[in-house]
Design a protein around this ligand. Sequence first.
Ligand code: COA
Length: 347
Amino acid sequence: MTEVDRYRPDDKRAVDALYKRVFGIDSAEANHLRWEWQYRHNPHRPADGPLIWLAREGTTIIGQYATMPVKVSVQGREIDAAWGMDVMVAPERQRQGLGEVLFRTWDRNVGASLGLGLSESSYRLFQKMRWPDLGPVPCLVKPLTRRALRRPGWSITANRLVSALTLPWIRLVARTRPLQGEVRVIRNFDESFTRLWDRVAPQFAFAVRRDAAYLNWKYIQAPHVRYTVAALERDGVVAGYIVYRHLQEARGRVTIVVDWLTGPDDHTGLLTLLRWVDREARAVDSDKIRAFAMHAGYRKLLRQSGYFTVKSTMEFVAKINAVELTPSFYKSADAWHITLGDSDQDR
Ligand SMILES: CC(C)(COP(=O)(O)OP(=O)(O)OC[C@H]1O[C@@H](n2cnc3c(N)ncnc32)[C@H](O)[C@@H]1OP(=O)(O)O)[C@@H](O)C(=O)NCCC(=O)NCCS
């Protein structure tokens, strides 16, 4: 007889062992490093412990759904929600309906159940259960050097030819442009960022509440990644922020824009922050900059800044339970603000 209930501290060892079996040793080690921060230090963690459900059979744990509680603004109304993250069923028990039981338990207990960057198996299960599908979240890339266009499948000669032919265009796209407003690197989000959120939140059909407590937890205190945060001020008032980091990938050096917030109608605000990131990326010799953006207005500004849309596999599903919505709400996600920083996508 399978029972589903909440995680208790003495479950840790058994859950770790299951995690290793399902996701492998490397993922389990990485999960270890994040666990306390991700589940215990989340500012929206319920008083009775992390929002994790376990499937038990006697004393054996055979499945888990670990989630990240957040507040979400839906057409100006704030509701409790949770990103579904580490869901797993013991290999020998998969495809027997247990995943569905865990998904339904999570969904029954939250104001909105959200999924981002899904594995093939969980995406299929969301589809089978008819979760509204809004993805994938568009991916945009800005080339900064000729190396940005290299393809592993092409010969050296072909790569060189493409590099030579596209050089004038890369130079044009990647040219430096002036900043408008004061941009500075910050090490802490103070309450002026909560005020920024309160001002701009009603302009989104959907966005996770980006207040100071959430932002500090997500981008300053994260133990597994180091972010840089730049803030934009105008006349002493915070008008926006942008979070980014640099990393080495197999095909070159990349700067990733992880998250940002400006008024969606404040065009110079986001353009200025993007120009700041351009300079930072050039300073560390990045070949390209990558961002994920759902909001159509932000995407337009990214394209205006020299970004191009490329294929994305970052699937996004969202089911809102706490407020009545018409089916048309899910028809377009153009006014939804979703980035790579949402959920635990950037690990
Ligand atoms: C995702 C997972 C939790 C689903 O649990 P489950 O108990 O197998 O799910 P259920 O039996 O309730 O549902 C089965 C449905 O899930 C989907 N599914 C499950 N495994 C799948 C797979 N390997 N490939 C494609 N679809 C799969 C299908 O829609 C399937 O329906 P079907 O059997 O009629 O084709 C489980 O497959 C798992 O642990 N996967 C590995 C870990 C993982 O990828 N986690 C998600 C991280 S985002």
